[in-house]
Design a protein around this ligand. Structure first.
Ligand SMILES: N[C@@H](CCSC[C@H]1O[C@@H](n2cnc3c(=O)[nH]cnc32)[C@H](O)[C@@H]1O)C(=O)O
Ligand SMILES: [Zn+2]
Length: 432
């Protein structure tokens, strides 16, 4: 057995208490062996966590990772115009090379901000899976399926690709990669295709991941055409199973919150994207009160504009209070839970908790910083004050991906220059 000890720090436990302890990891199985005192003796490798907080690696519950290439390309627009005028025309020019470069950039940013796993909906998924495998992260990946603007044959092809990719990549990278069927949204995929393909995803045994109730403009046509609220419509289409999860859930009423609580379907809250596209304020405290599983996601970098889960946690707390008109709503512990166990439970990964037997997915945060002094409450610091650049070490599946801010699985300079080149070439093709 090869072991790794993370020593001398404080450790965030699953109940959000913090204790002084070492963490001992079995690097062969990728699991946490023990959390306790003086575990460094005899370990094959050590990570120093003095003056630091050891947290579960953050879980980004909803992303389009290669959209890093479009970061800063189209800002300050609402969802519909942003997608139709700016994003989709450029995405039509994506190639496997651009996806590889954008994904490398995205996962580099994730490792540097303590994120160890994520759920992603995009194109060229086998390429994304290859990058995730080499970078050492954990992910649930899938191909986004859309029917708007496509003829029937093209939609069937798109949906088939969604199913085939899900079957092909599930279990890759020693199980670090899993998959889902990913119809883009309840309005961009026509109901006939949802009825046809969601049962096929069930047969494959993969969950369904989609966008729902993001803007008022998405709710209205469903109510008008189907006579029910969007999540009741999703239930009719078989997309409200316990393993399913969707992004946003901004415009949901009490009946829909009740449906989610009953079905066990999870919501991935994306506060930065919701604020930037002015989509609205999700009623997160009401969902938590009803017992809905809520995770946290960045969405793509073009609507955020970064992939830091620490930023997202702060945004979630701030927006949650504003939405509830109550400063005690969505407190620090709630957003820390959402960024770790909440997202992990939502996307169906057994991670997000530091305990013996759990996957050794960890982030070590340097607390010796002006903006993290004094240390009355490390959980408060995580939620409100810590930044991506405070992450010292990142560990996934027992492997050290970043040590003292040096990323070991990717060549940082090469990733930045390839991404810049591919992003420039992509925009040039779209301009032609
Ligand atoms: N196969 C599909 C691709 C869908 S991938 C997922 C899509 O979600 C888009 N996207 C990113 N953020 C959001 C959001 O907040 N709401 C809805 N769509 C988004 C993203 O740009 C991408 O086009 C096709 O043929 O177009
Ligand atoms: Zn999205």
């Amino acid at each position: 057995m090869t072991t790794l000890a993370i020593t001398g720090g404080q450790v965030l436990l699953p109940d959000n208490t913090v204790t002084w302890a070492d963490v001992l990891v079995d690097q062969d199985s990728g699991e946490i062996l023990e959390v306790g005192d003086d575990l460094a003796g005899g370990a094959d490798d050590t990570l120093d966590a003095s003056d630091s907080l050891v947290t579960p690696g953050f879980v980004n519950g909803h992303c389009h990772v290669a959209m890093t290439l479009l970061r800063g390309h189209a800002d300050d627009k609402p969802l519909d115009a942003w997608l139709q005028e700016d994003i989709w025309p450029v995405e039509a020019e994506l190639t496997a090379d651009s996806i590889r470069a954008g994904t490398e950039l995205g996962v580099l940013e994730m490792i540097k901000s303590g994120t160890t796993s994520f759920a992603d909906m995009y194109f060229f998924v086998p390429t994304i899976a290859d990058v995730v495998d080499k970078a050492g992260l954990r992910a649930r990946l899938g191909h986004g399926v859309i029917s708007v603007g496509k003829d029937e044959d093209a939609v069937h092809e798109d949906a088939q690709e969604g199913l085939e990719v899900a079957a092909e990549i599930d279990g890759m990278a020693d199980g670090r990669i899993t998959s889902a069927f990913m119809p883009h949204s309840l309005t961009t995929v026509d109901g006939q295709y949802l009825s046809e393909y969601v049962p096929e995803a069930r047969d494959l045994g993969v969950p369904v991941h989609y966008h729902a109730n993001e803007t008022e403009d998405e709710v209205t046509p469903i109510v008008e055409n189907h006579g029910v609220r969007p999540l009741a419509y999703a239930a009719e289409k078989g997309m409200l199973e316990a393993e399913d999860f969707f992004a946003h859930g901004v415009h949901v009423d009490e009946s829909e919150i009740g449906l989610l609580a009953e079905a066990g379907t999870s919501v991935i809250h994306c506060p930065a994207s919701n604020m930037k596209l002015a989509s609205g304020m999700a009623p997160i405290q009401r969902m938590l009160d009803a017992g809905v599983t809520v995770g946290l996601g960045t969405d793509g970098a073009a609507s955020n504009n970064d992939l830091s889960m620490l930023d997202e946690a702060r945004d979630a707390a701030m927006l949650g209070k504003l939405a509830a008109d109550d400063a005690s709503a969505v407190p620090a512990e709630a957003v820390v839970t959402m960024a770790t166990q909440g997202s992990a439970d939502a996307i169906g990964l057994d991670t997000g908790r530091i305990a013996a037997g759990k996957p050794a997915d960890l982030a070590v945060i340097d607390l010796e910083q002006p903006h993290l002094t004094p240390r009355h409450d490390p959980v408060s610091h995580l939620a409100y004050a810590a930044a991506a650049s405070d992450v010292r070490h990142t560990v996934c599946d027992g492997q050290v991906l970043m040590r003292d801010r040096e990323v070991l699985t990717l060549d940082e300079d090469a990733v930045l220059s390839r991404a810049t080149e591919e992003a420039d070439a992509l925009l040039a093709r779209a301009d032609d």
